[in-house]
Design a protein around this ligand. Structure first.
Ligand code: ATP
Length: 230
């Protein structure tokens, strides 16, 4: 579904990611793991058109989408849930979901969100800013689903959450995959990410240094080295 080849991007003259080759098949949950500053968010931003690739290509559903406008990439079915739970604090849960749904908004999509996150259904009129951190993260993911994506990119959904919530949020990623959507998950917590993912890529200093089945990578030396610098 997603094919990335030789992708290079960054913010100045020094690229933040280089020579990235990555594949995500339909129905998979693929994790990108790596330490702080490895380039994980930059990779997602480049795939979703938020920053420009200086080399390489991104194909989605057999269509070249490299450096396309972000809204066109969303319309093609590839939706990015960025790091940091950017919900509209002053809008209710219901309005946050409706704004996100836009033209594709439907009761079916709202129902999907409430099945995944029953707590949101119980708090429809509550202002998003008054929700707990975990609930805001659920709302941020729920908004992403309102666009009915074929592929959802989740950037560190566990960031800043209590340990119990971290596990819950990562299990949600698996449940989204189980409903037939494809998921690309960026996560710093390698152990938990490998627990829910089918496959994973290890990113170190902007390059992919390892990849494979999640259960084979779990506990491997490659993972320890990626985090501890060898
Ligand atoms: P984290 O988990 O901390 O977000 P990450 O793996 O997602 O880390 P990136 O955020 O992609 O890493 O950062 C990769 C590199 O690009 C880092 O060296 C970072 O300092 C740099 N960088 C990230 N955002 C910007 C920016 N807006 N302007 C300049 N440099 C940036």
């Amino acid at each position: 579904m997603l094919t990335v080849r030789g992708l290079v991007a960054g913010y100045g003259r020094v690229p933040a990611i280089s020579d990235i080759d990555l594949d995500v098949g339909a129905g998979e949950l693929v994790a990108i793991i790596g330490s702080n500053g490895a380039g994980k968010s930059t990779l997602l931003r480049t795939i979703s058109g938020l920053i420009s690739a200086t080399a390489g290509s991104v194909r989605f559903d057999d269509v070249e989408i490299t450096n396309r406008r972000p809204d066109r990439i969303v319309a093609a079915g590839l939706v990015h849930c960025p790091e940091g739970r950017h919900v509209f604090q002053g809008l209710s849960v219901r309005d946050n979901l409706r704004v996100a749904g836009g033209a594709t908004r439907s009761q079916q999509h709202e129902d999907e969100v409430f099945t995944l996150f029953p707590v949101l259904g119980e708090r429809l009129s509550q202002l998003a800013g008054s929700l707990s951190g975990g609930e805001q993260q659920m709302l941020a993911i729920g908004r992403t689903l309102m666009a009915s994506p074929k592929l959802v990119m989740l950037d560190e959904p566990s960031l800043g959450l209590a340990p119990l919530l971290v596990e819950q949020v990562l299990k949600v990623a698996a449940r989204i995959r189980d409903t037939g959507r494809t998921v690309l998950l960026v996560e710093q917590n390698a152990e938990l990410a490998l627990d829910v993912a089918d496959r994973a890529y290890v990113l170190e200093r902007g390059r992919i240094t390892n990849s494979g089945a999640a259960n084979e990578l779990a506990g491997s030396r490659a993972i320890r080295e990626a985090y501890l610098g060898g």
